[in-house]
Design a protein around this ligand. Structure first.
Ligand SMILES: [Zn+2]
Ligand SMILES: [Zn+2]
Length: 479
């Protein structure tokens, strides 16, 4: 008997993130996200520990980080794992909801003849991160890769990426054989996020991606709810990160609270730690710096990220790097003397073109009360050069660990003690609260609800009743 639409969840089940959802419509197959599972990875590896590249996909499959599927992985990575290289292609396309690692990163392992669809802004973010990482991490080869083992001078293989915007999707929905996809923007803690309305030959499916109602742009999520409801969906796959929470700190609360404390720390250094990909949070700290007559000091990676997102009409309204309330931090490298040859050509250009806005540790040390230093945990060792005696540390991320190269909370506290920094924590989550999630689901009104990206699927069952199907890893759900 021919099947209708089948779903298989290879990640995002009883975990926050790691979404890898296979949708099969009578042989047309697409993946919704193909992300990294921090939960599984952190069971066996430290955040900064690389898995062996010499075994290709082998270690990743053995440790449960990648599903053991035929016909989706790169030939070079199969060969390294001692697996047969020639396999029929299993999936036609991947639809990426946004640029967070837990949705995007493991596209790195997929074969290059699979079409990848992502938002225009997501592509810019991914490219900017790839440039920073020097394109050498096996777990971050999303737009392209060099065949492994990497030989000198080898060409980079570029993936087939098609970008979309909400407007382009409204004019022209994306068709992959029998599956039609309409991306619609949502608000979340990184720019360029989408949910999808998907029509197969027999069903209409809505996928939320990651979303929230309490951020700076709730109208984006409202647009998604409206389109999703109008599609009269059979199935909704909904994220549930915060289904168990009611706390509703808004971005404006982050601004108000932080500003209050920064004002009171008036003679001292303020050190900020937030996810640099979160442009709303960047804007919050920038505005606090501006209104308290400080400069927000960012490192070169953040400066380039802001630059990359400022192009094409600057839709996110980011300030230019020459702005008087912004500064770029120039760290000591190689010789330790700030010599030109210590820096990459890109850094030299960045420091040169914004020279009036480039600062060293000594500038900050001489006048710490003029700055909010946003070097995060990633560059915490710069405190040795900045040498504050006391000051305020603002922790403004969701977890003690984050993917920008974090250290443990315990070690972070030791750093703060060493340099006399007092800590406060204030954060606005990228994810809708339990109450908002229930309101969103009821407004969209799907016949069946599949919770994903949550450790509490049982709460969905409690709140939404018999329409809820809780997925199991690698087990087909058929409609
Ligand atoms: Zn996520
Ligand atoms: Zn996310």
């Amino acid at each position: 008997m021919p099947k209708g639409t089948c779903f298989t969840f290879f990640g995002g089940v009883n975990e926050i993130g790691g979404n890898k959802i296979l949708l099969d419509d009578k042989g047309t197959r697409v993946l919704l996200d193909f992300g990294k599972s921090f939960k599984v990875r952190s069971k066996y590896y430290d955040w900064n520990e690389n898995l062996r590249a010499a075994n290709g996909v082998g270690d990743f499959i053995a440790m449960g980080l990648l599903p053991d599927l035929k016909g989706i992985y790169r030939e070079d990575l199969l060969a390294l794992a001692g697996r047969p290289k020639k396999e029929d292609r299993l999936v036609d396309a991947v639809f990426l909801s946004h640029a967070h690692s837990d949705h995007a990163d493991y596209i790195s392992f997929l074969r290059d003849d699979i079409d990848i669809y992502m938002g225009e802004t997501t592509k810019r973010i991914v490219e900017s991160i790839e440039d920073e990482r020097g394109r050498s991490s096996l777990e971050f080869e999303i737009t392209g890769f060099k065949q492994r083992p990497i030989e000198r001078g080898s060409e980079r293989v570029r993936r087939k990426i098609t970008t979309f915007t909400t407007e382009s999707a409204l004019r022209n929905r994306i068709q992959v054989d029998s599956i039609e996809v309409e991306p619609i923007h949502v608000d979340h803690s990184i720019p360029g996020c989408y949910g999808f309305v998907i029509r197969t030959s027999s069903n209409t499916i809505v996928y939320s991606g990651d979303l929230r109602m309490h951020g700076n742009n709730p109208s984006l999520t409202r647009d998604f709810i409206q389109r999703a409801f109008a599609a009269n969906p059979d199935v909704m796959i909904c994220e549930g990160t915060r289904i168990d929470e009611t706390n509703m700190t808004r971005e404006k609360d982050v601004y108000d609270t932080c500003r209050y404390f920064v004002e009171r720390a008036r003679n001292h250094l303020v050190y900020a730690d937030y996810s640099y990909k979160d442009v709303d949070r960047f804007a919050t700290f920038y505005n606090i710096a501006k209104s308290t007559e400080r400069k927000l000091v960012v490192h070169n990676r953040v400066a380039r990220y802001v630059q990359a997102l400022s192009g094409q009409g600057n839709p996110l309204k980011l300030p230019p790097l020459e702005d008087e309330s912004l500064a770029i931090y120039k760290p000591r490298e190689k010789s330790g003397t700030y010599a030109d040859e210590d820096y990459s050509p890109e850094d030299r250009e960045l420091f040169g073109s914004s020279s009036q806005n480039t600062l060293t540790a000594l500038d900050i040390k001489n006048d710490p009360s003029k700055y909010i230093v946003a070097l995060g945990s990633y560059k915490i060792d710069e405190l040795v050069d900045i040498a504050p005696k006391e000051g305020l540390y603002v922790h403004s991320a969701s977890e003690p660990f984050n993917e920008e190269g974090s250290i443990s909370e315990e070690k972070m506290n030791n750093w703060l003690n060493q340099f006399g920094l007092e800590k406060i924590h204030v954060h606005c989550s990228g994810h809708a609260s339990g109450r908002d999630l229930n309101d969103i689901i009821e407004a969209i009104n799907p016949k069946v609800l599949i919770p994903v990206h949550t450790e509490n699927p049982g709460l969905f069952r409690l709140f939404q009743g018999s329409k809820v199907i809780v997925p199991e890893v690698a087990k087909e759900i058929e409609f």
